[in-house]
Write a protein that binds this ligand. Structure first.
Ligand SMILES: [Zn+2]
Length: 432
């Protein structure tokens, strides 16, 4: 049965789609118990944990990740990603995925399960796969690695169901909900409070998170020639649709340029993220951030879908439609502006606003004393992420300013990546 047929049969709208998934999956009656080692939802912990320079595990884990990635069949790209379709020869091959042979020109919905619940019932999640009639690369789309990030789930559904297998060159694999256990509880984390996106490429003998990461990486990601991991902002923060990419890698640059009109933020991936592990294994990967958690935001979903369809066109996997829009700027540096006082934060800017150094970004008012303080932009740039209006504590990262650079060449270690957090500098993976 084709994906599009199945879609019209069973899941026509977002709500129905989510309801379908809920039906598809067993209800959690018990969750795997394991001592919490990751930070709580307290945002100051999270900010520290996700600060690039403050990642205490980085060097040790980087070496470990490299060792584990060696177990995955190496992806030696003899031709650049951009030329993968035009240089593909012969007929399309059947795609062997999760024990199923997907013949060229067909689409399948498969099921992947990485782990068992406490009582031994496997937790499965759908994997949508379209194998094109014509030869070409395999592009993978992953969403909801953080279980409360919903926009990417809908992007994967829309993109996968709109592909005509007979007209596709190569294959597209979509996993709409990687972190099923988090998704079912409306949580970013796994039931043991671990952040799955800090455990790739995983370890078959490690924690629950490491095992899930390992299974996903080996069962699915190892089949990909390129990967787009879909995310949103975290903890009541929203991101302007943007691509996070390590622009020192030429195939990553190809991926990035393929999206058309989407803001690009150069960022070296944090160790343990799917983006980091995939790129390390020779599978160029980018993260797309769009909107905020726990909501389905139609404008952001449409923006992401348009970007992904433009990418399929620029990679020559589908018939090229007109290239989408003027390329958006590339930001080589960015900085979060933090609250110095606690209180009620109200923004004076919105996502995408252009700001000048010294502009007021928002106001924090103490509801008891009625005293207000203003947050100013330390840079000229653009608002690429912001906190939704809410009560904040001192130190809360409120506004993410992209600082445009005229430098076309990316140096090996851009200044932004080496800044210390206490200088108000670069904070990567705030949500990724
Ligand atoms: Zn995320």
């Amino acid at each position: 049965m084709s994906l599009s047929k199945r879609q019209s049969d069973t899941c026509s709208g977002i709500c129905q789609y989510l309801a379908c998934l809920a039906l598809l999956l067993p209800m959690p009656s018990a969750l795997a118990g394991e001592a919490a080692v990751e930070p709580s939802d307290n945002e100051s912990d999270v900010l520290q944990d996700t600060t690039f320079d403050a990642d205490s595990r980085s060097s040790e884990t980087a070496a470990m990740a490299e060792e584990l990635v060696e177990a995955v069949p190496a992806h030696e790209h003899l031709v650049p990603l951009a030329d993968a379709v035009t240089t593909a020869e012969g007929k399309a091959e059947p795609l062997l995925l999760l024990g199923t042979e997907i013949m060229p020109g067909t689409a399948h919905r498969l099921s992947w399960s990485a782990t068992e619940l406490f009582e031994g019932v496997p937790v499965s999640t759908p994997v949508l796969a379209v194998n094109g009639k014509l030869p070409g690369p395999t592009l993978c789309l992953t969403a909801a690695v953080h279980g409360d990030e919903l926009n990417g789930i809908e992007m994967v559904r829309r993109v996968l169901h709109q592909i005509a297998p007979r007209k596709l060159s190569g294959a597209v694999i979509g996993i709409p909900i990687v972190n099923v256990q988090g998704f079912r509880r409306g949580s970013r984390y796994l039931p043991d409070r671990r952040d799955l996106n800090r455990y790739f490429p995983g370890n078959p003998n490690g924690s629950a998170a490491a095992r899930i990461a390992y299974a996903l990486f080996n069962d699915v990601i190892a089949h990909c020639d390129a990967l787009v991991d879909l995310h949103t902002g975290s903890f009541e923060r929203a991101n302007l649709p943007q691509i996070r990419a390590d622009l020192r890698n030429p195939d990553v640059v190809t991926l990035t340029q393929g999206f058309g009109s989407m803001v690009v933020l150069h960022s070296k991936p944090t160790v343990g993220t799917l983006r980091h592990a995939a790129t390390l294994a020779g599978i160029p990967a980018v993260t797309v951030e769009a909107g905020g958690p726990s909501q389905l935001e139609l404008a952001e979903v449409k923006h992401g879908v348009k970007g992904l369809e433009t990418l399929l066109g620029t990679l020559d996997m589908i018939k090229k439609k007109r290239f989408w829009g003027d390329p958006e700027p590339v930001y080589y540096r960015s900085s979060w502006v933090r609250a110095d006082n606690g209180g009620i934060l109200l923004a004076d800017v919105s996502l995408g606003s252009t700001v000048r150094k010294g502009d007021v970004l928002g106001t924090i008012t103490d509801p008891m004393s009625n005293q207000s303080t203003e947050l100013y932009s330390p840079y000229s740039g653009r608002i690429i992420g912001l906190a939704r209006n809410q009560v904040v504590m001192p130190g809360f990262a409120a506004f993410h300013v992209g600082i445009q650079s005229d430098d076309v060449v990316v140096k090996d270690e851009p200044e932004a990546l080496t800044q210390k957090p206490d200088t108000g500098g670069y904070v990567d993976a705030m949500s990724e």
